[in-house]
Design a protein. Structure first.
Length: 331
């Protein structure tokens, strides 16, 4: 089984070098590395040339903007059996690829495999959702205690640290980002694959026509959308705690794009209506309450950080609800 390790990158030469070193030390060696460069000016291509005789690297300049477009471009270049998506700011365990393959071999019905993507404590503030969750874990004052009860108790159904799980509201768990994910006993079935520890059989991705390019901005939910589409074909997703990485998130690369909330709201609405669907009274109430909660959060961020772009998420929510309402009725 050959693995195609796909890494999109932009001006992160030094962190990418560390990823290459981790790949060089992998215990499983039947893999290629496909680099999709978004226009780096820091010598990223030269770095890839330095490693091309050490590991099997193919370097490509992205032809069109957008992460989803880049992933479809990468898909056309891949020569392996498994499409493994990771980032240019990760630290890979030595047996990372070995354990991905082990899960596919052990479970013939596996469409995809994932594992822990642990974010070190000192890096958690570099992801707004993780930072928000940290604040809810130790709430100060009645306001934040109420927020915790609503978010952790209702939207996340009392299980905020489950691994790779989607809830009826549309919220998703963050457990894979914590060290507790390393303590999961054995391989378990999950709802989705972590975005920087994301492995799927290439033949399945190609069978359904690749990734959906309607997911814009920094393209949140496009990987989860692919997972749900593959699951509808009858395949399952598995979490192997031994296939673990660290995600050393920083504020470089595409970080600034995350402040634009229009795309984030758009992608969430499209994903939910297409895949989870508010098709029961309970799910509809949870979904609408969660949408309201998220939009209140956009307003909070606008006030707290004085970022006018946060308010674009409100427009993105309502436009997308109207645009994608018919998705509810599609199978």
């Amino acid at each position: 089984m050959k693995i195609s390790v796909v890494i999109p990158t932009l001006n992160r030469r030094e962190t990418l070098r560390k990823v290459f070193e981790d790949l060089r030390r992998q215990s499983y060696t039947n893999f290629e590395v496909v680099i999709l460069d978004g226009g780096s000016t820091d010598g990223t291509q030269e770095l890839c040339c330095q490693y091309e005789n050490i590991i099997d690297i193919c370097f490509y300049v992205q032809q069109h903007p957008g992460i989803v477009v880049a992933m479809n471009e990468a898909l056309s270049y891949c020569k392996g059996d498994v499409f493994t998506r990771t980032d240019d700011d990760v630290a890979l365990s030595k047996d990372w690829l070995k354990e991905i393959v082990a899960a596919f071999v052990l479970y013939p019905d596996a469409g995809g495999v994932t594992g822990p993507t642990v974010i070190p404590r000192e890096r958690r503030d570099n992801r707004d959702l993780i930072s928000f969750n940290e604040r809810l874990m130790n709430p100060r004052g009645i306001f934040w205690k109420m927020f915790r009860a609503l978010y952790h108790g209702y939207f996340m159904e009392g299980a905020p640290f489950a691994v790779s799980r989607f809830y009826r509201s549309g919220a998703f768990s963050l457990g894979s980002n914590y060290k507790s994910a390393l303590e999961v006993k054995g391989i378990i079935e999950v709802d989705y694959l972590e975005s920087c520890n994301w492995s799927m059989k290439i033949e399945l991705i190609r069978h359904i026509g690749g990734f959906d390019e309607r997911y814009g901005g920094v393209s949140e939910y496009f990987e989860a959308d692919m997972v749900f589409r593959i699951k509808r074909l009858g395949f399952r997703m598995y979490f192997n705690p031994l296939s673990h990485i660290q995600h050393l998130v920083d504020r470089g690369g595409n970080f600034k794009a995350r402040s634009g909330t229009y795309g984030r709201a758009h992608n969430f609405i499209l994903f939910y209506l297409r895949n989870i669907k508010p098709d029961t009274t309970d799910k509809a109430v949870r979904f609408l309450a969660y949408v309201l909660f998220v939009n209140i959060y956009f307003v909070y961020c606008f006030v707290a950080y004085r970022q006018l772009s946060q308010l674009s998420g409100i427009a993105g929510t309502f436009v997308s609800l109207v645009r994608y309402f018919p998705e509810i009725f599609k199978k």
